[in-house]
Design a protein around this ligand. Sequence first.
Ligand code: SF4
Ligand code: SF4
Length: 216
Amino acid sequence: MIITTQKPLDEILDFLSPYTNILIAGCDGCTQPPRGLREAQTLAQLIELAGKLRGKNFNIKTTTVPKQCDSYITLTTLEPQVKDVEAILSLACGLGPQTITQVLPDLPAFPAQNTVFMGTETREEDVIEERCAACGDCILALTGGICPISRCAKSLLNGPCGGTRADGKCEVDPEKDCAWYLIIKRLEKMGTLSALEEIQPPKNYGQLVTGRVSKY
Ligand code: SF4
Ligand code: SF4
């Protein structure tokens, strides 16, 4: 899932202030916490109230889209709802406002969220942790299914930095497990610790050039 945090209300009000008729579009996809219709309605109430305090009367409609990162779904969901709308406020991750801009180019689309990271939710502990950095060259087969790029504070490729604490925590953030401590324990359990004898060359971060495209 994609972790987002809501932008400060003042920031949202600043970019909405030139407009009156606003459509707030939630996304039922993968944001966490959820950012669907109910959250859109709650935000609409907040914006209307905060707008009044600034002397501005917004006219806000709310809706939600199954997946704002899908151009077809976004267009077919939003297009019938934008008559008289002057601007769209998206509750999706950063993909949402960009898809809206692409499919409804005559309307300004703004983000209500800051997109923070991709993570896994561990329901038993009520926590979401970053688990993938989308680095383009997955090495999980060598590291026991534990990602050192997203989970080691230094993104080390060839074992721990030497700062691993005796309790298995990371020297950078003692609240967190050292990723390499977890990897070594896991490989020991699987009987594949010898996989670490092979030195991993520096990752090809050339694959991280932005603007990547994947064809079906
Ligand atoms: S727009 Fe973002 S949050 Fe919504 S479904 Fe797509 S990736 Fe998930
Ligand atoms: S202590 Fe472990 S997780 Fe922290 S930076 Fe060093 S190797 Fe990475």
